[in-house]
Design a protein around this ligand. Structure first.
Ligand SMILES: *Cc1c(COP(=O)(O)O)cnc(C)c1O
Length: 381
């Protein structure tokens, strides 16, 4: 089996699994319990917090643990919106090709009287700091733009946007779920005020995430209850998951440069191979893209049919994002970069992991080439 769907989720690293085990078995105390058995878990939790903060250039107290990328994005956006509303600021800037955990949270806020500007996305998936500044208003409280797109892999100019917004009374949040562990992130250098991460996208466990919020930004709890996470997120902490997440992040951050070299070469081999298929189109920027991502549209076929054929050949990929597949609506990301509904429906996303080989890539190229021509002949005949 060739797993080429690492943007949907990743296999946990051995080190991350090992880091979790003690907290399910030996050190299972509740970190809120005052006795030393609980406090041992508490110490592990706080150690994980410091190490995670270090990986992204933040301070430990700026890190809140959540259940994943969706919850982090929800909380970041709702908090920034509430904070803005206190000052009478109810305008938000975003892009049309964000993840649904951002778009649907903004849709909720619109019902509460917030105004949202969706920036046009260039046909390679790029937006510019100039576009952000142009859309900025007196009453803008939040700019939320993803670090790298989950479908087409385009990397946004986050530090340039951060610099452009510096010194203005507006919060800059980025959904960095696809970037973590693949690109170097430094929230202070890049002037990022809030940032969301999810462990299962960087070889950590599912159901664990991180919300970074600059020290002076008040977080509004989304889950209310006890006073865990300094009152910002109630509920007994997922100690094992958090310890696994910290280890997974450290491992992937320490291997970023090697991974980028390795995967970029394989990705470009894959792109060069798929480029040769007649009436094929690369989606996303050719260079400013995640080392792991290749996304193509093939004229005259349906992505779902292609996926099934590839599955039968032992290749696991995606026709857009996992959350939208299953529905027959074409990808909102591909529509946002100006692809026709037809081209958007005939798309294939391959996202590579560190265990993929050159032979795998060559096999994928020939399998996709054969499958596309098979499907096209079928519709003709
Ligand atoms: C996967 C993903 C999310 C959601 O993360 P979960 O931990 O699965 O909730 C959010 N944004 C992007 C860009 C993603 O790829």
């Amino acid at each position: 089996m060739i797993y080429a769907d690492n943007a949907a989720t990743t296999r946990m690293s051995k080190e991350a699994i090992e880091a979790m085990l003690p907290f399910m078995d030996k050190i299972y105390g509740n970190p809120s319990s005052p006795y030393s058995f609980g406090q041992e878990a508490k110490r592990a939790l706080e150690d994980a917090r410091s190490r995670i903060a270090f990986c992204i250039g933040a301070e430990a107290k700026e890190i809140t643990f959540t259940s994943g990328g969706s919850e982090s994005c929800n909380q970041a956006i709702l908090s920034a919106a509430r904070y803005g509303a206190l000052k009478g600021k109810k305008h938000i800037i975003t892009t049309a090709f964000e993840h649904h955990c951002v778009l649907n949270t903004l849709a909720r806020l619109k019902k509460e009287g917030f105004e949202v500007t969706y920036l046009d996305v260039h046909n390679t998936g790029l937006i510019t700091p100039g576009q952000v500044l142009e859309a900025l208003r007196e009453d803008t409280c939040l700019v939320t733009i993803m670090y790298a797109n989950n479908e087409i892999g385009t990397i946004e100019p986050i530090s340039e946007i951060g610099a452009a917004l510096e010194g203005r009374d507006v919060i800059f949040h980025t959904d960095a779920v696809q970037a973590a562990g693949h690109l170097n992130i430094d929230v202070k250098k890049e002037k990022i005020d809030m940032l969301s991460l999810s462990a299962h996208k960087f070889r950590g466990p599912k159901g664990t995430g991180i919300l970074y919020a600059r020290r002076d930004i008040p977080l509004e709890p989304v889950i209310t209850g006890g006073s865990q996470e300094r009152g910002k997120r109630a509920g007994t902490e997922n100690v094992a998951g958090i310890c696994g997440m910290a280890r997974a992040l450290e491992i992937s951050v320490s291997g970023i440069d090697a991974e980028a070299l390795y995967l970029t070469a394989l990705r470009d081999r894959l792109i060069a191979g798929l480029d040769k298929i007649p009436a094929s189109m690369l989606n996303g920027d050719r260079f400013l893209r995640l080392p792991s991502n290749a996304n193509f549209s093939f004229e005259g076929i349906r992505g779902e049919s292609l996926l099934m054929l590839l599955d039968s050949k032992g290749i696991l990929a995606s026709a857009g994002s996992a959350c939208t597949s299953g529905s027959l609506e074409p990808s909102h990301v591909l529509l946002a970069i100006g692809r026709s509904r037809e081209a958007a429906s005939g798309s294939l996303r391959l996202t590579l992991g560190e265990d993929i080989t050159e032979d795998d890539i060559d096999y994928v190229i020939s399998a996709v080439t054969d499958s596309v021509s098979y499907l096209r002949n079928m519709t003709l005949g």
